[in-house]
Design a protein around this ligand. Sequence first.
Ligand SMILES: [Zn+2]
Ligand SMILES: [Zn+2]
Length: 386
Amino acid sequence: MNDQLLFYQSKLESDGCGKPGRVAMLVQDDTITAVGPDDLKRLGRKLLKQLGLPALALYEPSLSFYNSVIDKVSAGDIIVPTDTETRTFLHDIPFIRQSGIDNNLVTRLTELLGQRKGVMIENCCIITTGTVTLEQAYINASSLFHAVFVKHLLDLHQSGFSSEREQKEFDRFRHHWLKPLAPPDPPLRTGPLTTSEEIYREMIRAGRATVETRLVDSSFGNISCKSGDIIYISQTGASLDALTGCIDPIPLNNSTTCGITASSELLAHRLIYEQIGDGVILHGHPKFSIIMSMICDHPDCRGTECWNNCPKRRNCRGIPIVSGEIGAGGLAEKVSPVIKETGTVIVYGHGVFTSGRDFNRAFNALLLTEITCREEYFRHILQTVD
Ligand SMILES: [Zn+2]
Ligand SMILES: [Zn+2]
């Protein structure tokens, strides 16, 4: 069990979510086992005993964006994320202000964590639960970081910096936290993939590359390859950096039963292949692509639901953005006709689909999309501030 705890602890640090040395992971069966700094472990133990749950993650985020997000909530103690993926997954995120930390902290946290997947404590940490597994606590920790990241950068785009501290943190983020976006070395293979061994090998490599480049968080995103009448696709909830044993071959003409563990976005993949023939599809949730998809300057769009009702055909420097209806049907219908033309589609508030003959091409398209959106975001922000 200790190995698993250490595994997820170091994953949260290498993802860029947790500050190194400030991540605690705990599991409970007959007793509680924990790794991490003493103060977080101590709080975690008290909570686990109260909650009676199997797992908990507590971490100090590597960026103080969560404090800014809390600061900007004038009344109440809940943050409502705006990106569609988080909205579906987390609904909203409760928080406790610094001034609210008192002797009843454990009781209040227990209440909140009983109802939600996670909670934030201002200037302290983020805490998430795993109701069945430790992995869930990790996934929730990573999702919460993602939600706060997207929300803060959207807030800054809308209202600028509210303090010198916020601006300093943003500069540190921009120049030190963000990693340069580069393709894997050695590069992913070019040319059609024909044998199933080649397909599995390249899917595993491409999956790992999307995680290492931070183009997808935790277990979200999916990847597939069609060769002849078989679609090879990552299983729902599979970690894209550990796909060995988690890829399902699905015959094209089969009914739904065999596809039961396959990704819930399978329908979108299927429709895309109807348009493009043999090839590959990558789907990830790169943060700046999501952020730029949600920044719409159409005058009629303010205050309306741009995500599904924008009067404009949108793009980010030529890369098409489609609305982000949730549910496989809506998503598939929006994505497939557009990706046929361009090989890349950004889905509003959700993520990016790319397709191509091989993973080299699809990966580079995903990377280029995020690079473009990152540049565009900073161009916008610097204009707003100057
Ligand atoms: Zn997705
Ligand atoms: Zn719009």
